[in-house]
Write a protein that binds this ligand. Sequence first.
Ligand code: NAD
Length: 359
Amino acid sequence: MRHRVVLIPGDGIGPEVAKAAQRVTDATDVAIEWDVRAAGASVMEREGTPLPDDVLHAVRETRTALKGPITTPVGTGFRSVNVALRQDLDLFAAVRPARHYPGVPTRHPGVDLVTIRENTEDLYQGIEFERGSARTEELRDALVRLAGYRIPDDAGVTLKPISVSGTRRIVRFALDYARRNGRKRVTLGHKANIMRFSDGVFVNTARQIDRDEYPDIDIEEMQVDQLAMTLVQEPETLEVLLLPNLYGDIISDVAAGLTGGLGLAAGANLGWEYAVFEPVHGSAPDIAGRGIANPLAMILTAALMLGHLGEHDAADRAERAVANLLEEGATLTPDMGGTATTDEVAVALVGRLRGEGSP
Ligand code: NAD
């Protein structure tokens, strides 16, 4: 079966790592028809927008995209492309595996966890009141009436909505993910003792869905500060983390750092209908165009995509090729202590997948 996938190379090192990922994916012999679309700073001038309509249409058609990093335009009045994709395609779940591969320096060998982060609500919803503005003044007055509390007149405010409906879908998504991937325990991070009416909704909704619909999976509730400590002390005990937006953003970076950092961190933004796979790292303008970007995060991201397309064997082979390369340690880019170029890493992986060189 032939899969159609939109490839958005992106900005900075994006095209370099995207090309490497495309070559390695093709070397798995899964038939993919790549629909390459430009988005980001590179098309701003020509198209007048960093996210031309044809890109969104193409993703709606294929339902799956592999995306390189995109430079967030500052002060142009445009939404970040990443935020626009997330909102327009309703990609409510951010999924980031953090697995340790032998050969990568770490204090914690054996880590193999996945962070699932709610992607649309919480403090990131963008409901903000600027310090000193008339709207904030109105809010202050309303809060005196509604909550009997006057916030200081020099305060700025960001609101934290967490809904039952928004929580339901991320909880079901996480529990389905655990079930599909043979994981028995999902650790839910929260601070419901302090934020009773936002994190409280998250915890109570999850508890009920778990009890009623997923008796085979345990949800372990953990305060997010304790979760942070567990992550640095015994991360190998964690399987799947389920977190509201802000905690998820922070905790998933800690998990990535524990297992090798930006050069290896793969990710996906998923909804019920569409899937956009992208590495965690940005466009790295400091090294763009030099041919030394580490393509492994993008390649592991492509492997996640293969799994999503049902090509589990190809996904496993691509990941094993990366693991093998890391263990051998001979063909790595400078960020991982090696001297190889992006292309050399891609060639080494293609060779492994085609059965030349090391198994
Ligand atoms: P960055 O991830 O681009 O770079 C941080 C550091 O890590 C830099 O020193 C960079 O050289 C290094 N690095 C990152 N990826 C690497 C790789 N694959 N190989 C080798 N070294 C790598 O973060 P930043 O500098 O904060 O952001 C740069 C731009 O990227 C900004 O415009 C930011 O908004 C954007 N960004 C986009 C995304 C995305 O599209 N999903 C994510 C993060 C940042």
